[in-house]
Design a protein around this ligand. Structure first.
Ligand code: PLP
Length: 156
């Protein structure tokens, strides 16, 4: 199977068919929810990820920031791989814009963080100690059942 790298428009180029589809797409105002193409994309994304709803973001950096801000409150800490894009390559956006504190952890060769390492990094909760935490792992090119199983274990 030939993998398709969907991480960024820096690693993909639109084919003539994709460009033609873009030019011919039905468009509208996304704020009013009347862009039929975006609405369809979000509906398909929600369906294939088995979520209630999905939101389209035009860049990975924006999507990562929005996802972390949606899951955390100001002052929260999130556990993140040392090599994760959101931690390493996004200009500290979660701290600058989201008031979130990253707790970077060493990753294994497959990109996961060992469950014991996650458990050891969880700090006590309470006033002055930060509140809850979120574990992030973004890896669309390897978004397979194994990752979902891993996250199910992390969530326990
Ligand atoms: C894993 C990963 N996440 C996020 C991004 C950022 O995507 P964008 O350039 O669309 O902001 C990249 C870009 O290379 C990436 O490799």
């Amino acid at each position: 199977m030939k993998p398709i790298d969907l991480r960024s428009d820096t690693v993909t180029r639109p084919s003539p068919g994709m460009l033609a589809a873009t030019m011919a797409a039905d468009v509208g105002d996304d704020v009013w929810g009347d862009d039929p193409t975006v609405n369809r994309l979000q509906a398909v994304a929600a369906e294939i990820t088995r979520k209630e709803a999905a939101l389209f973001f035009p860049s990975g950096t924006q999507g990562n920031l929005a996802a972390l801000m949606a899951h955390c409150e100001r002052g929260d800490e999130y556990l993140v791989g040392q090599m994760a894009h959101a931690y390493r390559w996004e200009g500290g956006g979660t701290a600058v814009l989201g008031s979130l504190q990253p707790q970077p952890l060493e990753q294994d060769a497959d990109g996961t963080i060992a469950l014991e390492r996650i458990a050891a990094a969880v700090k006590p909760h309470g006033p002055g100690l930060g509140t809850h935490l979120d574990v992030t792992r973004e890896d669309v090119d390897r978004f397979v059942a194994a990752v979902q199983t891993y996250f199910a274990e992390v969530a326990r």
